[in-house]
Design a protein around this ligand. Structure first.
Ligand code: HEM
Length: 426
């Protein structure tokens, strides 16, 4: 069978392409239109193959033996070499098995009462505050607290100290990885060391009465040896990184959608009025797609048009063929989720949750990635989003403050520019 050779933008240094990448939200779209669903370009010296569409993405998942995980150098260094995000093969698999114990249905049932408490606290805060509150900050605080309190079992000052260092650390995640004194990257490396120290103490003091860390006890590596504390703390740091910005972004975009479209809030409220808060039976399934189909359609539409992770990476260890295009060994591939989700037939640029109910949307939606590296926290993220949306709508009458910029900033994850200022009219 004949394979097409890899189309290229012809970028030599990749400097101009990098400027465009950060400036132009349609960077990938424009190039897909010109070069097809698989093309190569260069971003500051780094060759990158962009892919979109079900065919190319399915082909990728079907050739996982010829691929490994990949992250930019800054992320790699800040996450650390023990992190499962930077591992491949059996050592990646073994750590996924261990960390996955934090996200089983039984574990989620354990976390649910604390998540419900946090939603109730936030609802009370909005209802009793006279001045406008930035909902984006509330969602960020909530998403961090779910991991720090609910999963790691941290409270009060310990949680605040962790948050302060974590913010320094995240600021440098996508910066140039040169640790010149005083640079964001040097500060982030120092913050990383403090974070690891704090997480080590958290791990040593773990008990079954708080959080879920006891579930990690006895976790084994790929050779059957228990994972060291140094290893486990790097996995915990990864959870903070992977679960915070992403969940906060999806919640902020969901609230934005409800507040800016006058028809959406009544449409969803009709369904929410028929369900119980707090969840009566099993909180994990209380608002799933069979019991809250509109809520699920809304979440899917938010993930489609504003995916928190616009794309994820793989590196080829052997030649692979994607949608008929041959990609040589040692190339980095970016699966362009945001571009894939808008590409196809119909009104795909429009925000229309009903498309997930009336069968008109037939493409695969992969906001959590796929294959052997699919998001480990998917079930927790979905639970948090459902509980927050139902709990807030049940208790608060949100009003958007006029004269603010509700456009989205896209990097690192989509979020309303002016923070989504709201009051409650209750
Ligand atoms: C709406 C929220 C979230 C979105 C959209 C999201 C999305 C993603 C994506 C796209 C990947 C890459 C998958 C791949 O390479 O195929 C990923 C990986 C990962 N996510 Fe999430 N995520 C979210 C929330 C969370 C949460 C709450 C946690 C845990 C607390 C988490 C933990 C992880 C981990 C550990 C990985 C690495 C998996 C691996 O390399 O094997 N994520 N996520």
């Amino acid at each position: 069978m004949l394979h097409q050779s890899l189309p290229s933008t012809g970028a030599v240094t990749g400097l101009f392409e990098a400027v465009q990448f950060f400036r132009d939200p349609d960077f990938a779209d424009r190039r897909f239109q010109r070069f097809g669903d698989v093309f190569e370009t260069k971003l500051i010296g780094q060759r990158l193959v962009f892919i979109r569409g079900d065919q190319a993405i399915n082909d990728l998942f079907n050739q996982s033996d010829s691929l490994e995980g990949w992250w930019p150098e800054s992320v790699r260094q800040l996450l650390g070499s023990r992190s499962l995000a930077n591992r491949n093969g059996p050592s990646h698999k073994a750590r996924r098995r261990v960390v996955g114990q934090l996200f089983t249905s039984a574990a989620l049932r354990r976390y649910s009462p604390s998540i419900v408490d946090m939603v109730n606290q936030l609802s009370a805060e909005i209802n009793t505050t006279d001045t406008p509150l930035p909902l984006v900050d509330c969602m960020r605080r909530f998403a961090f607290a779910v991991i720090a309190t609910t999963v790691l079992g941290l409270e009060g000052e310990d949680r605040d100290a962790l948050f302060a260092d974590f913010e320094i650390w995240t600021r440098a995640l996508f910066s140039v990885p040169v640790a010149l004194p005083g640079s964001p990257f040097a500060k982030a490396l120092a913050a990383r060391n403090r974070l690891l120290e704090r997480l080590k103490i958290v791990l040593e003091n773990a008990d079954a009465s708080r959080g879920g860390l006891d579930l990690l006890a006895g976790g084994l590596d790929e050779t059957g040896i228990p994972l060291s504390d140094e290893d486990l703390v790097e996995q915990l740091l990864l959870l903070l990184f992977a679960g915070y910005e992403t969940t906060a972004s999806s919640l902020s975009c969901l609230m934005r959608a409800l507040l800016i479209d006058p028809q959406l809030m009544p449409w969803l409220t009709e369904e929410v009025n028929l369900i119980q808060w707090p969840p009566e039976m099993d909180p994990v399934t209380a608002y799933d797609c069979s019991k809250a189909p509109r809520l699920n359609a809304l979440v899917s539409e938010v993930m489609r048009l504003t995916p928190p992770v616009g794309g994820f990476f793989r590196r080829t260890t052997r030649t692979v063929t994607l949608n008929g295009v041959e990609i040589p060994q040692d190339r980095v591939i970016q699966v362009a989720l945001a571009a894939s989700n808008r590409h196809g037939i119909g009104d795909l640029e429009r925000f229309r949750p009903e498309r997930h109910l009336d069968g008109s949307f037939q493409q695969s939606l992969l906001p959590f990635g796929g294959g052997e590296r699919v998001c480990l926290g998917k079930a927790l993220a979905e639970l948090e989003i459902r509980l927050m949306t139902v709990g807030l709508l049940k208790q608060v009458q949100l009003q958007l403050i006029d004269d603010q910029n509700v456009d989205l900033q896209l990097i690192p994850s989509p979020s309303p520019k002016d923070g989504l200022l709201v009051t409650s009219s209750r």
